[in-house]
Design a protein around this ligand. Sequence first.
Ligand code: NAD
Length: 302
Amino acid sequence: MTRVGFIGLGQMGGHMCRNLVTAGFDVSAFDIDAEALARAREAGARAAGSVADCAGGADVLITSLPGPPQVEQVLTGAGGAIAALAPGALMIEMSTSSQEVGRRALEAARARGVELIDAPVAGQTIRAESGTLAIYAGGEAGALARALPVLEAIGDPQQIFHVGSHGSGYAVKLLLNLTWFVHAVATAEALAVGVKAGVNIDKLHTALVHSPANSNFLEHDVRMVLDRGDFDEGFAMKLVTKDLGLAVDLARDVGVPVELAALVEQIHLRARSRYGDHAGEMSAMRLYEELAEVELRWHTSS
Ligand code: NAD
């Protein structure tokens, strides 16, 4: 049986780890948060005592960590995972992180004889829970083929995309999030102005959805707010602004000016400072509710 190590048992990793246990893998788990580790143990994983302990016996090691500093520390820091993995093991790094940290990890992995792919995810906690995440993998095709049985236990098999060489997964994920958070601000502005101008929000929403201005955010994701004022605390603003900062950094690295991305990053930073690090990912919509003094909810409850 494939022995899987899992490090980072938070909002996403906790569900992913549990789905691996359910799929029949022999799972060893680690997190610096004792409560998260206890939940993984209850779900059927073995609780490892450290990063190195978790990596030591693993054929495949997965990480789902907040961002680049934690990824660097866990993979290549003192007592890190790559040095503890057996040569020939496979490492699947699933955090939303940077190409730069990924390059350093790849060097360390190659020196150790470990295969590494970057494979960040999309789908919010709801799809982490149901095991139907979308996964964007960067790295060699052979390593992805090896990773597939594990990835199919946590992702939708139809939505596991090989997007290119090492680091491409990180880039695709950052650009996906950037586009989504641009749509969030555009939608919040349009709805707030429309309601303030006296338009029934139900009719405005229907008209926009059936217009050339439609987006997935407008048609589907915004409904969490409109239905019940749910700003999705499953994805915290401290991570949202981390992702937007990384997207702007990526653009800077490749020399492309991105005025809109920089502005949208600042709007989400404002929402984070207004509502806190742990406020939900839709918090920019709250900003516009406050600015326009309106509540963005259906006019007639559906
Ligand atoms: P989270 O903060 O809930 O979980 C991260 C976990 O990593 C925490 O349990 C934390 O204790 C643990 N951790 C931090 N440093 C560690 C270390 N040195 N050793 C071991 N464990 C450590 O974050 P999350 O929402 O689960 O997100 C995880 C990753 O997935 C992030 O990169 C995020 O951007 C990305 N992501 C999140 C969502 C979402 O909806 N939450 C969606 C897509 C992608």
